[in-house]
Design a protein around this ligand. Sequence first.
Ligand SMILES: *[C@@H]1O[C@H](CO)[C@@H](O)[C@H](O)[C@H]1NC(C)=O
Ligand SMILES: *[C@@H]1O[C@H](CO)[C@@H](O)[C@H](O)[C@H]1NC(C)=O
Ligand SMILES: *[C@@H]1O[C@H](CO)[C@@H](O)[C@H](O)[C@H]1NC(C)=O
Length: 408
Amino acid sequence: MAAMWSPIIGLLLLLLPLAPSSASYIKYPLEGNVYPTGHFLVTMNIGEPLQPYSLDIDTGSNVTWLECQHPHHRCHGSPGVKRFYKPGPANLRVDCKDPFCTSLHADLPGRRPRCPRKHPHECHYEIGYVDMRTQGVLVNDTISLGGGRNELIVFGCGYDQRLKNLPGPKPTPAPAAHGLLGLGMGKVGFVAQLKAHGVITKDVIGHCLSSSSSRKGGGYLFIGDYDKLPSTGMTWAPLKKYGLHYSPGQATLHLDGQQIYANGMNVVFDSGATYTYVPTQIYKPLVAKLKAIIGNTLDPVRHHALPNCWMRRGTVEPFDDVSRPSGILTLRFDNNIVMTLLPKNYLIRVENNIACLGILNGSDVGQNERIIIGDATMRDMLVVYDNEQGRIGWASGDCKYSATTSRL
Ligand SMILES: *[C@@H]1O[C@H](CO)[C@@H](O)[C@H](O)[C@H]1NC(C)=O
Ligand SMILES: *[C@@H]1O[C@H](CO)[C@@H](O)[C@H](O)[C@H]1NC(C)=O
Ligand SMILES: *[C@@H]1O[C@H](CO)[C@@H](O)[C@H](O)[C@H]1NC(C)=O
């Protein structure tokens, strides 16, 4: 009897990897918080031998890079970095003429670097972020995806990182970060490479950032065809072409139903931004109105963390109840798509009895014409960037990481 089954099982095994309904995804726990860490980090094992590195997850940029000790370039790491990635000579040979390098250069905003005659075997890049810039070269090395599966991935060896000198609150250095995981669109992205290698079938990214202030329990990140999206409660908006960013287009901002500023503004979802930024023309009236509402229940107080802070009166009301049922922000997009933000999506607890506004003046960091939705606002929310169907979705929820294994 048993012998009769074996050809059938053989056939099933052959068909299994091709079955279109099989979801493939990778799920990682996140560490970190908005305050005091300022970053959400994923740990990945990289290189030969494999070593753990913590990467800041950034849906606002394309290129993944590690703080790197390059054998020939003079190195300048970010402040506080204690361990650097050291590529071997073979890892460093990603040619300037390689298609990866060409698409990387095509993706970089501004000046397109040309291939220098002196270093044809180096793909050099320079990237400017809101608060820092980085320089490096592309390398090719092993990244472990868990469950014994390793892939060769092209990423950056960042040998020169410098913070920009900006007004406003200083970005907190990420003490535990060894680099950045670029989750933006584009061929050189980590997720696009996993899809090109057939590891995952769909270029979809999701994160759920926990509001828990402990470093552990920071939520989770998934990449690929995640089959556990909530079947109800997700709001989806089509992705609009807006420069280099994940954006559902323009929205107007309202506080308790009252419009704050006459014009719509492009909205960008960017997990690389710790706080939410609005241009000064929104910031000024918004802060004035919020001060009036929050001042009903809390006392203003100075705190070094952020510009606008309040202290609880006595021990009665917890911050989550602040200004309820008022203090509700809504972003209204086209086609009646609405994103609702409760006080917990914009107030950050910095001490047991002190909370500060997690919305900052974007004009201070050169962001004069868009709203950047940062980590502070995306806490306790599942946010999904679906590059297959060209849409972005969100749902409020619990961001606890349960150790369900990745499905590859
Ligand atoms: C990365 O290395 C592998 C193995 O050495 C090689 O096959 C592949 O072409 C390299 N990729 C790039 C972009 O250089
Ligand atoms: C990433 O690269 C793609 C092109 O491949 C580009 O369309 C996109 O705007 C880039 N995104 C970011 C955030 O740099
Ligand atoms: C916002 O920042 C800009 C640029 O630094 C500054 O001119 C403006 O006064 C700021 N607005 C508020 C309300 O702080």
